[in-house]
Design a protein around this ligand. Structure first.
Ligand code: ZN
Length: 380
C-alpha cells in the first residue's frame, strides 16, 4: 500500500513495538509492565520476581502512541487522556503462552499517561500445597487445620508475599481431601478461579464490602470460608465469631510477624478470650528472590553465593523465588499470655524460648544452601 505523501511516516511501528514489549515481558515471566512517561522519554519497566527493573528507554514522542495502542488493545476510550481507566487486554494467539489474563490500567500524570499491564499466569506448579516449599512442620500443621470444622488460620505478610497462592492451595487441598464441603471465598479482587469454590468479589467502596458480604454469607450455611483480607475491626470481629461457631476460616492480615498479627487483633478491639478460642495458628510468609543458577558466583571466604547477572535473568542475578515461612500454633503458654494482654515483646520471647525458627533464621538456611542472598533476607 502506498503511503500518503502528506502523512509523516512513523519512525516506530507502535503496534509491533507494544506487541514485542508484552511478549518479552511474558517470556521473562514479568508480573507487571510499567510504561512511565517522563519529561522527554518513556521508561519501560518489568517487575521480575517482585522487583521493578528498568528495561528500555523510549523517546517521549512515541509514549502517547504506545499508550494509545494499549488503550485500543484494552478497549478503553482512546479520546480521553484526562481520566484513569482500567480494562483488560484480550488474549490472542499462542504467543501469550502461560498468560491467562492481562489487565491494563491507565493514569494521567503531568508528563502524560502512565500505563501498567498486569500479567496473570497459569501457575500449574503451584496448585498443590505440597509444592509451595513449606517446611514439614508448617505443611502438616496446615493439613491438620484444613481437616477441622472450625477455627481460624491467619496468614500474615505484606502484599506480594504469596499469601493468596497459599490460600488457593489450601482451598484446593480441602476440595480434594473433603469433597462436598461448602466452600466460599470472598476476595477483592478474585485473582484466580477455583472450580468447586463459590467465589465472591467484594469491593472496599461498593455495597458489597467484606463485612456486609460476610454477614449475609454466614446465613448461606458455608463450612469453609476464605476471607481475602482482614482490613478493619468489623471484618475481624465477624471472622473471629464465625470461627467460634462451626466454621473453618482462613484469612490474611498485613503484619510483619505472627505476634504482630495477634497484637493487631487486640488493637482492633477483639477480646483476648475470643482470640485464644478461635485462632488455631498464624502463618507468616515471605518470598525471597532465588539466585539465578546460570550466573551465581560463590564467595570464597564464606561459601555463600552472590548474584551476577546474565541473559537468562535479565541481568538481575535472580530468577524465580523461594518461600520462607514461620508457623505459630497457639498453645497453652501463648494463650495465657494473650489472655493476660501481653505485649509484642512478651509474645516474641515465648516463641524464642520454645525454639521457634523465625523468618531471618529460615532465610539464612536458604542462604547457606546457595538459594538466595543475605541482602534478600535483610529486605524482609
Ligand atoms: Zn543469571
Amino acid at each position: 500500500m502506498k503511503e500518503n505523501s502528506k502523512q509523516k511516516k512513523p519512525e516506530f511501528d507502535v503496534v509491533s513495538l507494544v506487541d514485542d514489549i508484552l511478549r518479552q515481558a511474558i517470556a521473562a515471566g514479568a508480573s507487571d509492565v510499567h510504561f512511565e512517561p517522563g519529561r522527554s522519554e518513556m521508561l519501560v519497566k518489568f517487575r521480575l520476581d517482585g522487583v521493578l527493573n528498568a528495561i528500555e528507554t523510549l523517546p517521549g514522542a512515541i509514549g502517547e502512541n504506545i499508550v494509545a495502542r494499549l488503550k485500543v488493545l484494552g478497549g478503553l476510550l482512546t479520546y480521553r487522556n484526562d481520566i484513569p481507566q482500567e480494562g483488560r487486554i484480550e488474549l490472542t494467539g499462542e504467543v501469550y503462552g502461560e498468560v491467562i489474563d492481562q489487565r491494563l490500567s491507565i493514569f494521567p500524570t503531568i508528563h502524560g499517561q502512565r500505563a501498567v499491564v498486569r500479567l496473570f499466569y497459569a501457575q500449574k506448579e503451584l496448585d498443590n500445597l505440597e509444592s509451595l516449599g513449606f517446611s514439614d512442620y508448617a505443611l502438616s500443621t496446615m493439613q491438620q487445620i484444613a481437616g477441622r470444622n472450625q477455627g481460624v488460620l491467619l496468614l500474615t505478610g505484606p502484599a506480594g508475599s504469596g499469601k493468596t497462592t497459599t490460600l488457593a492451595a489450601l482451598l484446593r487441598h480441602i476440595l480434594t481431601t473433603a469433597p462436598g464441603k461448602s466452600i466460599v471465598a470472598l476476595e477483592d479482587p478474585v485473582e484466580r478461579h477455583i472450580d468447586g469454590v463459590t467465589q465472591v468479589q467484594v469491593s472496599a467502596n461498593g455495597q458489597m464490602t467484606f463485612p456486609t458480604a460476610l454477614r449475609s454469607l454466614l446465613r448461606q450455611d458455608p463450612e469453609v470460608l476464605m476471607i481475602g483480607e482482614i482490613r478493619d475491626a468489623e471484618t475481624a470481629r465477624i471472622v473471629i465469631e464465625a470461627g467460634l461457631t462451626g466454621h473453618l476460616l482462613m484469612s490474611t492480615m498485613h503484619s510483619g510477624t505472627p505476634a504482630g498479627g495477634l497484637i493487631r487483633l487486640l488493637e482492633m478491639g477483639i477480646e483476648p478470650y475470643q482470640i485464644t478460642s478461635s485462632i488455631t495458628a498464624v502463618l507468616n510468609q515471605r518470598l525471597l528472590r532465588r539466585l539465578c543458577e546460570h550466573c551465581k558466583k560463590q564467595i570464597t571466604n564464606d561459601g555463600t553465593f552472590e548474584p551476577v547477572g546474565c541473559d537468562m535473568c535479565f541481568n538481575t542475578g535472580y530468577k524465580g523465588r523461594v518461600l520462607i515461612a514461620e508457623m505459630v500454633e497457639l498453645d497453652g503458654e501463648l494463650r495465657q499470655a494473650i489472655l493476660a494482654k501481653a505485649d509484642m515483646e512478651r509474645l516474641e520471647t515465648i516463641l524464642k524460648n520454645r525454639g521457634h525458627i523465625n523468618m531471618a533464621q529460615s532465610g539464612m538456611q536458604l542462604v547457606r544452601k546457595g538459594l538466595t542472598t543475605v541482602s534478600e533476607v535483610n529486605l524482609v
